[in-house]
Design a protein around this ligand. Structure first.
Ligand SMILES: *Cc1c(COP(=O)(O)O)cnc(C)c1O
Length: 428
């Protein structure tokens, strides 16, 4: 549905039923698929024919929904994973082997930071972290001869920094490697990183895409534009024969458009599992059908809450790129002209104690580790996810004790503001 507008793609892309077929995406709740002859099945194992044989690798329900996400992002191929963590791991591990190196923005989701800095390091893949605000010189200096990928988040969770995608894409391409962007917070409704030079996009579909806190999931999307064969020495996994599939070379057989996702499915899904369940893919698709209606409301509520907080005497600072005073206001105008997301963070003048009183007195906003949900939720990292750290360590990690992250849902903004207002009044 390439020629349709985003609103139409959200509702109808991916699954296009034929005459007399189900209107809604069918949930193919089957681990396996039946064939008439061994030759028919053999062709699938040789990657000579497309089709399904085992839902650890591929399932039709997932592929319908992945095709919708690929269309929304403007990519050529996509796959669904069991979580956002799996999506980021697969995107990186599809091209990084033991002995390779990643350049990553330091301002990323904590789970992804752990994945890259601890777990992938144990696999022999090292990383250099750079500030998203670094100069071009600083960014270029982070590359090594064994660098295979650059990684960043369009809007970082929870720091809410905005990535200068073109700056990172240019540096990646100058070094012959792809830029991978986690586009979870803006979703393709508010930003399509491929339009700015990113090569691979990942998602935690658990957040806005599902949008109802119902199904864990992730997605990897390929722009189909990175020329693997032009840098064949860096990407042997894509550019030399795979013995486990009778010596096919992915970049030759499937081209720029299909090599990355085919290899990721044929090797990583086969060997590591982590596919999204077809049930979750169905739930995700229900969320996608209204994503274009929900995102503007999340942004409207986020903007209203940010403006209210900024004027409040008990609030020390507010981070939201829609505020003209925000450090990322200008860069957001370029990459996020229609709004960013519903997540706002702020600090209370009264520090940790004030944060605790505020949180305890909220009535509508629930205390949750989750974000990007239809229902407003709130978190004080210092007293929850980061409670093992002391105040000094919290500051260093960019989550000072007084910091509160509020994820504005799609309720009425006046109700959200009165809830926040009465909770602030409880701080004496
Ligand atoms: C939540 C999140 C993840 C991890 O996703 P899960 O679905 O929880 O595994 C990755 N990146 C970002 C930006 C996130 O917000």
């Amino acid at each position: 549905m390439k020629n349709y507008k985003m609103n139409t793609k959200c509702v109808q892309a991916g699954y296009r039923p034929g005459n007399g077929e189900p209107r809604q995406v069918p949930i193919i709740q089957s681990t396996t698929f039946k064939y008439d002859t061994s030759e028919d099945m053999g062709k699938l194992f040789d990657l000579e024919a497309t089709g399904y044989f085992y839902s650890r690798l591929q399932n039709p329900t997932n592929d319908y929904v992945a095709a919708k996400i690929a269309d929304m992002e403007g990519g050529t191929a996509a796959m669904l994973t069991s979580s956002g963590q799996a999506a980021n791991f697969f995107a990186l591990f599809n091209i990084c082997n033991c002995g390779d190196h990643i350049v990553a923005s330091s301002s990323i989701y904590g789970g992804t930071f752990n994945l890259i800095s601890i777990t992938m390091a144990k696999m022999g893949v090292t990383a250099t972290f750079v500030s998203p605000d670094c100069t071009e010189e600083e960014l270029n200096a982070a590359f090594k001869p064994n660098t295979k990928a650059v990684f960043g988040e369009t809007i970082a969770n929870p720091a809410l920094t905005v990535l200068d995608i073109e700056k990172f894409a240019n540096a990646a391409h100058a070094h012959g490697v792809p830029l991978i962007v986690d586009n979870t917070f803006p979703t393709p409704i508010n930003c399509r990183p491929f339009e700015w030079g990113a090569d691979i996009v990942t998602h935690s579909t658990t957040k806005y895409m599902d949008g109802h806190g119902a199904a864990l999931g992730g997605a990897v999307v390929d722009s189909g534009t990175f020329d693997w064969m032009a840098h064949a020495d860096k990407f042997p996994g894509l550019c030399t024969p795979d013995d486990s599939y009778h010596g096919i070379t992915y970049a030759e057989k499937f081209g720029k458009e299909g090599a990355f996702i085919t290899k990721c499915t044929a090797q990583l899904m086969r060997d590591l599992g982590s596919i999204q369940s077809p049930q979750n893919a169905f739930i995700l698709n229900l969320g996608l059908e209204s994503l274009h209606v929900r995102m503007p409301r999340h942004c409207e509520n986020g903007q209203a809450v940010a403006e209210f907080l900024q004027k409040h005497p008990k609030v020390a600072y507010v981070n939201y790129c829609g505020l003209p005073s925000d450090k990322y206001y200008e860069v957001a105008k370029k990459y996020l002209p229609n709004g960013s997301c519903g997540v706002v963070s702020f600090g209370l003048k009264g520090g940790r104690e004030a944060a605790e009183i505020f949180m305890k007195n909220l009535k509508l906003a629930a205390i949750e580790t989750h974000v990007a949900d239809a229902r407003t939720c709130c978190l004080n990292p210092a007293t929850s996810t980061h409670r093992q750290m002391n105040d000094e360590q919290l500051k260093e990690a960019g989550v000072p004790a007084e910091l509160i992250r509020i994820s504005c849902g799609i309720e009425d903004k006046e109700d959200l503001i009165s809830d926040i207002s009465q909770a602030l009044d409880c701080i004496k």
